[in-house]
Every structure is written in C-alpha cells, then in structure tokens.
Design a protein around this ligand. Structure first.
Ligand code: SF4
Length: 167
C-alpha cells in the first residue's frame, strides 16, 4: 500500500485509527470540529490558491506549496500543535527529497492559535521517516486492528462508537 501523509499523521495519533483508515473503515464525521475546520479552510485561507500551488507527486498531494521559495505550508485547524503534524510535514519533505527537490523548508500554520511553526529537517530524519513507513506497512498488513488504547482524543474521534461500544 502506498504510504501517504494521512497515514503518517494517524500513525502518530493512534495506530488503531491508522489501521482502520487504511482498511477503508470510515465513520461519519458530523462533529462541530469538522464543520469548523472546513470553515477555516474555506474562509481564513481563501487567497492561498492564488499564492501557492497544489503539488502532486505520484499519489502524494501537498495542498499549499510555495514553488518560488520552495516552502511547504501545512494548515492545521486544531487548537493544539501536535507531533503528528510535524511528522506529516517531515514526510512531505522526505517525498520532495526522493524526487530530487532539495532545500525545501516547511511551515505549520495554526490559524486558530495565530501561530506558525517552522519545521526543521534534522540529520537522520530521512531514516526516521523510512522507519515510520516500514512500521506502517507492517501494521497495515496485520489482519486485526491494533488493540484499543484509551486516549484523551478518543471522545472526539470518529471511531469512538466503534471502539467503545462494547466497553
Ligand atoms: S477512539 Fe481512540 S482508540 Fe479508537 S481509533 Fe479513535 S483514538 Fe484510537
């Protein structure tokens, strides 16, 4: 299976969630959080499409790429900066490198927090990203989904009912 940014992100959020997503098991999103996120995408960053291009490399899509300055912009609707976001952006940087695009930088943007974080590419990151990809492939190949691990994020997860109906 082709590893994409969503799987990288979910792998860092919850391995069970990543497995469910990879196996095409979807639950309805009807939470206010999702609606709000959509709104942020549609309003706050309306002019982005004029400034940045969507970059498609194989099946990997970077929504906002500043081609002139070689900057990956990743917009997050959440009100908390998380390592999963950094991991996603590092994966983009990895994909660019694999396709001969060197020297790109990356910025995570949090409109709700009014914050921007530069994501540094550190020595050894290439093998770190490769290890995530290998681990994800292994997990996806498992017949059963990883066991439930109760986390703070469970209540706002679309798989909450799926995971906790028998609890
Ligand atoms: S409800 Fe919790 S354990 Fe289940 S997929 Fe979501 S985050 Fe993971």
């Amino acid at each position: 299976m082709q590893i994409n940014a969503t799987l990288i992100n979910l792998y860092h959020v919850c391995k069970r969630q990543m497995w469910l997503h990879a196996h095409g098991i979807r639950m309805e999103h009807n939470s206010e959080v999702v609606a709000e996120g959509k709104l942020i995408g549609e309003t706050t960053y309306q002019d982005r499409s004029q400034k940045y291009t969507e970059l498609q490399i194989g099946k990997i899509k970077i929504d906002y790429y500043d081609n002139k300055n070689k900057v990956i912009h990743e917009v997050k609707k959440s009100n908390k900066a998380e390592y999963a976001h950094i991991a996603q952006v590092k994966f983009y940087k990895y994909v660019l490198l694999q396709h001969g695009i060197e020297g790109a930088s990356a910025i995570l943007e949090y409109p709700k927090l009014r914050q921007r974080h530069v994501v540094e590419w550190e020595k050894g990151d290439e093998s770190v990203v490769q290890s995530w990809m290998m681990e994800i492939q292994k997990l996806i190949a498992q017949e059963n989904c990883p066991p439930l691990e109760k986390k703070n994020i469970c209540r706002s997860c679309s798989y909450y009912d799926f995971c906790f109906s028998g609890e």
